[in-house]
Design a protein around this ligand. Structure first.
Ligand SMILES: O=C(O)CCC(=O)C(=O)O
Ligand SMILES: [Fe+2]
Length: 216
């Protein structure tokens, strides 16, 4: 990835995840409203757009292996997997690796890796209700989504709706820039509602096995 405009200095301080750990333990999801500073969000969004301009994005699919397929009515985003050599994305991966160690120390989950992709939902596109753990592979343990939308209008839609295993709505979260949401991958259905404008994010998963790229 060749990206030229990330000269601006951005701080990535070590974060305190104590509240998030507490929320995950009690309600199986956690919302961290100011996980990223404005400068961090801007830098990540600039990198995302640069990747798009370089043609590194592709339409996201559903399922994996032989069950993998494309259906833009079910899942409308386009994605680009983060790599360790991305100028800005690598700082995000490092933050999440710190969180992985904290999660392991708190819950003994044995999380071995973290994978993440940039995502772009064009106006009107959705991701219908689904669970992130694949039917034939239980490697994904905790899901994360971090939003990169500056100044998201209250009426722009694009909310994440999160349900419990009994299909009761737990959370309706607008994709405000800098917010990180974490939830258990196995038993929490969720969906992305249509928005009136482009919606940018990083979706990622803490996994129990070594990372294998391009599962979705
Ligand atoms: O962007 C979101 O709010 C959720 C995305 C999602 O569910 C996924 O990528 O699996
Ligand atoms: Fe999901």
């Amino acid at each position: 990835m060749h990206e030229s405009q990330s000269n601006q200095r951005v701080d990535w301080p070590v974060l305190d995840f104590a509240n998030a750990i507490e929320e995950l333990a009690t309600q199986h999801y956690a919302v961290l409203p100011n996980f990223l500073s404005d400068a961090q969000q801007d830098a990540l969004r600039r990198e995302l757009v640069a990747c798009q301009q370089q043609g590194l994005f592709h339409a996201a699919g559903i399922g994996r292996g032989q069950h993998h397929n494309l259906n833009r009515q079910i899942r409308g985003d386009s994605i680009c997997w983060l790599e360790d050599d991305f100028n800005t994305g690598r700082h995000y991966l490092a933050q999440m690796d710190t969180l992985r160690h904290t999660l392991n120390a708190s819950f003994y989950l044995g999380l071995q890796s973290f994978e993440a992709h940039y995502a772009h939902y064009q106006a009107g596109s959705v991701y219908q209700r689904h669970v992130d753990r694949h039917r034939d592979n239980d490697a994904r343990v905790i899901s994360s989504v971090c939003y990169l939308n500056a100044d998201w209008p209250a009426d722009a839609g694009g909310e994440l709706q999160l349900f419990n295993a009994h299909d009761e709505l737990l959370l309706r979260l607008p994709p405000l820039g800098g917010t990180l949401v974490l939830f258990m991958s196995a038993d929490m259905p969720h969906e992305v509602l249509a928005s009136t404008q482009s919606r940018y994010s990083i979706a990622g998963w803490f996994r129990r096995d070594e990372m294998t790229y391009a599962l979705v």
